[in-house]
Ligand binder design. Structure first.
Ligand code: PLP
Ligand code: COI
Length: 348
C-alpha cells in the first residue's frame, strides 16, 4: 500500500472513545476443526445464525490494543504478543479454538495497514483502537460449544476513554454488585464479565463517578479492579502497589507500568491484596490503567455512603502518576528508546 495515502479529514484531537466506521476489517472462519486463511472485508456487519452460542451463552472473547503513529511516521503496536496469548487463554477457558499467533498478528496488521488513512497522526493525542474478537457462530440450541467460530479484527480511531483529554483525574464508586466470582471468568477478557457490569457502571455514574470499583466478591474487603481498568496505588511510603487477585483481568498496561516503575523509576513495587477500608489512609495516589484508560489518576472514591479523597483536592494529578504516565506514553509513541523490546512496528 502507498504509505502516502492521505489521512481522513477528522478532527483528531476532538475524538472521544466512540466507534468510527473505517474501511476494512479482517475476518477468518474456523470450520470443521480448521482455520481458514482469512481476508479483509468491508462490511461492518456480521451475519450470524439466530442460535449462535455467542448470542445466547456468551461464548465469545475479545481484546483491546492500540496503534500509535511515532514522530518519524512508524506505526507502533504495544506488546501485541501478550494480547494474542490472553485471547488464547480466554478461548481455552470457553472451549473455543485458539487463534494461532500468526493468524492473530496477520489479522491485526492487515486491519491496521488497510485503514492507514484512519490512524491518528503523531501529536494528536488520539490513536487507532484495535478490537480483535472471537465468537462462537453457527446453528445451535442446547448449552454446548459452537461448531464454527469467527475471528474478526476491526479498528476505530479514538481519543481519551474518559471525557477530558490527556491525563484526566477520575473518580470511582465502589459497587454493591460483584464483577466476577473467585473461581469464575474474571481473569479472562470475555464479554460475559462486562454485561453484568453495565448496571454497576450506571449506578456509579448516578453517584457522579466515572466508573465502578469492584471489591473482591468473596468478602467485599479487597480491591479488585475498575469496570474497564486495573488499579495501581502509591502508598505513603512511596511503594507502588497493585492488587493480587485471581478475579481481575491481567492488564498488559499494568504489567508494563509495574516494570517501568521498578526498573526505570527506581520504585519499590508490590502485588498483594489491598484492603480498602483499613489501608486507604495510607494511599497517597491512585490510578486506573488499561489500553483504553491509559493511566487515569483516581482523585476520589465513593464507598460506605461517602466520598473519600485520595490525593489533594481530588482533582489534581499527583507527581508519581504524572511521571508514570509520561514514561508509559512516551514509550508507546516511540518518543524514547524501547529498551524492553515492547514495540512492534507495522510495516505500511
Ligand atoms: N481490566 C478490565 C476489566 C479491562 O476491560 C481492561 C481493558 O482491557 C483492563 C483491565 C486493562 O487491560 P489492558 O491493560 O491489557 O488493556
Ligand atoms: C480496553 O481497554 O481495551 C478495553 O477493552 C476496555 C473496554 C471496556 C473499552
Amino acid at each position: 500500500m502507498d504509505a502516502k495515502v492521505s489521512k481522513k479529514e477528522l478532527n483528531w484531537s476532538e475524538l472521544g472513545f466512540q466507534y468510527v466506521k473505517t474501511d476494512f476489517r479482517f475476518s477468518a472462519i474456523h470450520r470443521d476443526g480448521e482455520w481458514g486463511e482469512g481476508a479483509l472485508v468491508s462490511d461492518d456487519h456480521i451475519a450470524v445464525h439466530e442460535g449462535a452460542p455467542a448470542l445466547h451463552y456468551a461464548q465469545q472473547c475479545f481484546e483491546g490494543m492500540k496503534a500509535q503513529t511515532a514522530e518519524d511516521g512508524r506505526i507502533l503496536l504495544f506488546r501485541p504478543d501478550l494480547n494474542s496469548q490472553r485471547m488464547n487463554d480466554a478461548a481455552t477457558r470457553l472451549l473455543m479454538p485458539e487463534v494461532p499467533r500468526e493468524l492473530f498478528m496477520r489479522g491485526v496488521e492487515e486491519a491496521v495497514r488497510a485503514n492507514y488513512a484512519w490512524i491518528p497522526p503523531y501529536g494528536s493525542g488520539a490513536s487507532l483502537y484495535i478490537r480483535p474478537m472471537l465468537i462462537g457462530v453457527g446453528e445451535n440450541l442446547g448449552l454446548k460449544p459452537a461448531r464454527q467460530f469467527e475471528f474478526r479484527v476491526f479498528v476505530s480511531p479514538v481519543g481519551p476513554y474518559y471525557k477530558e483529554a490527556g491525563l484526566a483525574v477520575i473518580s470511582l464508586a465502589v459497587s454493591g454488585m460483584d464483577r466476577a466470582a473467585p473461581k469464575g471468568t474474571g481473569s479472562f477478557k470475555v464479554g460475559a464479565n462486562y454485561a453484568g457490569g453495565l448496571l454497576a457502571t450506571r449506578k456509579a455514574q448516578e453517584l457522579g463517578a466515572n466508573e465502578a470499583l469492584y471489591l473482591d466478591s468473596a468478602e467485599g474487603r479487597f480491591i479488585d479492579e475498575a469496570g474497564s481498568a486495573n488499579i495501581i496505588i502509591v502508598m505513603k511510603d512511596g511503594t507502588l502497589v497493585t492488587p493480587a487477585s485471581r478475579a481481575i483481568l491481567p492488564s498488559i498496561t499494568r504489567r508494563s507500568i509495574m516494570e517501568i516503575a521498578r526498573t526505570e523509576l527506581g520504585m519499590k513495587t508490590e502485588e498483594r491484596p489491598i484492603e480498602l477500608r483499613t489501608e486507604i489512609d495510607q494511599f497517597e495516589e491512585m490510578g486506573a490503567c488499561g489500553t483504553a484508560a491509559v493511566l487515569s489518576p483516581v482523585g476520589r472514591i465513593y464507598f460506605d455512603d461517602e466520598w473519600h479523597v485520595i490525593h489533594k483536592d481530588g482533582k489534581t494529578v499527583g507527581p508519581v502518576m504524572q511521571k508514570v504516565y509520561d514514561s508509559l506514553v512516551e514509550l508507546q509513541k516511540g518518543d524514547r528508546e524501547d529498551r524492553f523490546g515492547w514495540l512492534h512496528e507495522v510495516e505500511i
